[in-house]
Ligand binder design. Structure first.
Ligand code: AMP
Ligand code: MG
Length: 310
């Protein structure tokens, strides 16, 4: 307990000095910095090699903390009460006098906000007098990290501190909902779209094209282990690692299982882990069995589709 507190203090100390610190969240580990500081935010883009045109999600502890930065609305309040803290990101209207760095939003009039669920990160946020911009703690287009070890794997000694909060429980990025005009889903993720629809009492559209990042040639390519991925595979070739949705009786050293019994939430939690493991084992190719396109399977298939683009 004492050690946890001193680690949170260390993270605060570095963040206060405009450094980047990796933080644990239930989705994936984030590369965090003071969202009010241009200097700190530019360090995120540099470390990640992320194009500045790709805006960042800002992390807060509680709904009331966002009041100086963006406009709340009734849909936000309903969804916040149901799902937060949790894997849901809201796009809201940025307030004119907000202190959010222009580099966070890439000059947009909207802001992406999230309330992560992780005790250490929540404590850290509470101790700060600014929110944290935090994209995933990986090099741009690579696999997102779901543990302290993964962050080290991505950045080595390039980041000053990683706050260890165990492995990420959801293991996939947040669902993004745009609440600026008509509510629409911009990214599939940790909260299923039909659960959000139920709370808002309306059908929601997944508008992928709106969320496309305008970076030439790279908008689709993401979450990549850097080797070819073959989707919907029925069997594997001898040079492929084969990712299966469920454990099989027959054993092959090239088999990697996402779940014990086809639970799609469990598959989501294990996806990035498994891709990273295969990459580190130096396989040259991956084949993956068809993942049911329902529930969390929708978000998993979205990530796989992008990871398989080259
Ligand atoms: P991530 O790549 O997980 O850090 O998520 C960031 C994504 O959130 C961006 O690529 C955008 O799609 C979305 N986003 C972040 N900020 C904004 C914003 N101000 N307006 C609209 N979308 C945003
Ligand atoms: Mg990312």
């Amino acid at each position: 307990m004492k050690k946890d507190l001193s680690n949170i203090k260390k993270a605060k100390y570095l963040l206060d000095k405009n450094h980047c610190v990796a933080i644990p969240t239930e989705t994936v580990y984030g590369l965090a910095a003071n969202a009010y500081s241009d200097t700190a935010i530019l360090k995120i883009f540099k470390l990640k090699k992320r194009p500045k045109s790709n805006p960042l999600i800002v992390h807060y502890c509680k709904a009331e903390d966002i009041k100086n930065d963006c406009e709340l609305n009734s849909s936000f309040i309903k969804l916040y009460n149901k799902f937060c803290p949790g894997p849901l990101t809201f796009i809201l209207k940025l307030k004119k006098n907000s202190k959010i760095s222009k580099y966070v939003t890439n000059g947009k009039k909207t802001l992406a906000v999230r309330f992560p669920k992780n005790l250490k990160t929540e404590k850290l946020l509470k101790s700060l007098n600014y929110p944290l911009a935090a994209p995933s703690a990986n090099i741009y287009t690579q696999i997102s990290p779901v543990s302290k070890k993964d962050v080290k794997d991505e950045f080595g000694k390039k980041i000053k501190f990683i706050l260890d909060g165990g492995s990420s429980r959801v293991g996939l990025e947040s669902t993004i909902i745009n609440l600026v005009n008509k509510a629409e889903i911009l990214r599939l993720g940790g909260i299923e779209i039909n659960k959000i629809s139920k709370v808002l009492k309306k059908k929601l559209k997944y508008n992928r094209s709106k969320n496309k990042i305008q970076v030439p040639g790279q908008s689709n390519f993401h979450y990549s282990p850097g080797i070819p991925i073959r989707l919907n595979a029925k069997k594997q070739f001898s040079d492929e690692a084969f990712i299966l949705i469920q454990k099989r009786k027959r054993f092959d050293k090239n088999y990697f299982y996402l779940t014990k019994n086809k639970n799609l939430k469990e598959a989501g939690k294990n996806l990035y882990n498994t891709l990273r493991k295969i990459k580190n084992l130096k396989f040259k190719k991956i084949a993956i069995e068809k993942i049911p396109n329902i529930g969390m399977g929708l978000a998993i298939n979205d990530r796989l589709k992008r990871a398989s683009k080259r």
